[in-house]
Design a protein around this ligand. Sequence first.
Ligand SMILES: CC(C)(COP(=O)(O)OP(=O)(O)OC[C@H]1O[C@@H](n2cnc3c(N)ncnc32)[C@H](O)[C@@H]1OP(=O)(O)O)[C@@H](O)C(=O)NCCC(=O)NCCS
Length: 176
Amino acid sequence: MTGSGGPGEQEILGIASLTRELVADGAALGWLQPPEVPEIRDLLVTITAGIPAGDAAMAVAVRFGAGGEERVAGFGYWRRHQRPTHRPHADLERLAVDPAAQGRGLGRTLLSTLIAAALRHRVEVLTLDLRGDNSAAAALYKKVGFHQYGRLENFVAVGDARYDRLLYALDLREFR
Ligand SMILES: CC(C)(COP(=O)(O)OP(=O)(O)OC[C@H]1O[C@@H](n2cnc3c(N)ncnc32)[C@H](O)[C@@H]1OP(=O)(O)O)[C@@H](O)C(=O)NCCC(=O)NCCS
């Protein structure tokens, strides 16, 4: 789902819950500790404010539990680069799928939706970075056409541990 409507409170809580669970399990999403709900709410409000202008896009996948309750199964978003000389480009800042729903193509579907939105908004290059040990994410990104253009060795700090930061890009001008 991408669009100009902001996420409702239920969606915010669902995204917060998924993010908190993944980060608590050590997922490489940029947080050291599970983010609190207000931080996620602020982030989502900021992202959705950019959607009408084509400065951001968000995709959210929802599934229904046995009792009919809605659960966020995955989400992702990109934002346009801020530096004036980088404005034609956007950065895929986050992509995450509920561990219970991983390995069934949802990550790829969310990513394809976000790439389609980027094409619609004439984004030229979609960038992203990932932690060097995140082989599942690396495999997904390569499968949809991203290439690695750089590596910062021992850049990502998690306590005393250091991981490489891998820099990926997808040139969407090739798809026009
Ligand atoms: C990365 C992530 C979003 C992938 O989501 P997913 O729904 O499991 O991925 P998909 O089922 O769509 O897989 C698509 C492709 O990715 C690759 N892939 C996904 N999980 C993989 C794994 N554990 N090992 C190897 N390759 C994997 C495969 O190439 C797969 O293609 P295939 O189905 O043809 O084999 C998910 O693992 C996740 O949320 N991880 C935690 C958060 C995170 O690390 N996000 C990325 C930050 S950069």
